[in-house]
Design a protein around this ligand. Structure first.
Ligand code: 5SP
Length: 223
């Protein structure tokens, strides 16, 4: 199970140090939420910030684009050093083309599904994607209440079969919800508030405790 803290819950004045702190405290990936105030009602940051934090991340920079349109910005995020670029299936009419462009730019291609979008929306994309992100909140803000998408996760796991495609869960993940999604078939857990709560760059130990708690809660069903 990979744990991917979302830096949306980090100290925005200290992104570089926050990325270093969460990796030192056991994060597997660093999840970067890009919001445009159009596809979602919040604005976060863009490719310039991604490029600035890249040198502070040793492992995977997992960039989640909550923007529309996506295609004009793919090269900018790939050039900023994104290892994974995830676009929403709801963000435009040509997600097939978008995933091809992400791979063409040298990144792993992810596709995200809002809670209201069924698993079948990605049936034609399974050989073009490296990761399916199942939103368990309506995207736009951290700290929201988890929406149970277990049936969708199980359907996706069955559709994926033996393809090497991650199922990532994003929104409201904490030690109480991690076992639910792990049981259903998830293998990457994004968590913002549940990782960053109680810690800071000057006192990062709570990040480690929080990551361990999520990992151990999930481990009973997915090692
Ligand atoms: O993409 C999003 C929200 O749109 C998520 O990545 C959240 O940032 C996760 O935050 P928590 O629900 O874990 O606080």
């Amino acid at each position: 199970m990979k744990i991917a803290p979302s830096i949306l819950a980090a100290d925005f004045a200290n992104f570089g140090a926050e990325c270093e702190a969460i990796e030192a405290q056991g994060a597997d990936w660093v999840h970067v939420d890009v919001m445009d105030g159009h596809f979602v009602p919040n604005i976060s940051f863009g490719p310039t910030t991604c490029a600035a934090i890249r040198p502070h991340i040793k492992g995977v920079m997992d960039v989640h684009l909550m923007i529309a349109p996506v295609d004009p910005y793919i090269d900018a995020f790939a050039n900023a050093g994104a290892d994974v670029i995830t676009a929403h299936v709801e963000a435009g009419p040509h997600i097939h083309r978008t995933l091809q462009a992400i791979r063409g730019a040298g990144a792993k291609a992810g596709v995200a599904l809002n809670p209201s979008t069924p698993a079948e929306a990605v049936a034609h994309l399974l050989d073009l994607t490296d990761l399916i992100c199942v939103m368990t909140v309506n995207p736009g803000f951290g700290g929201q209440k988890f929406i149970d998408m277990s049936d969708k996760i199980k359907t996706l796991r069955s559709m994926i079969g033996d393809r090497p495609v991650h199922i990532e869960i994003d929104g409201g993940v904490d030690p109480s919800t991690a076992p639910i999604v792990a049981q259903a078939g998830a293998d990457v857990l994004v968590a913002g508030s549940a990782v960053f709560k109680g810690g800071s760059v000057s006192d990062p130990a709570p990040y480690g405790t929080n990551i361990k708690a999520i990992r151990e809660a999930a481990a009973g069903v997915y090692a």
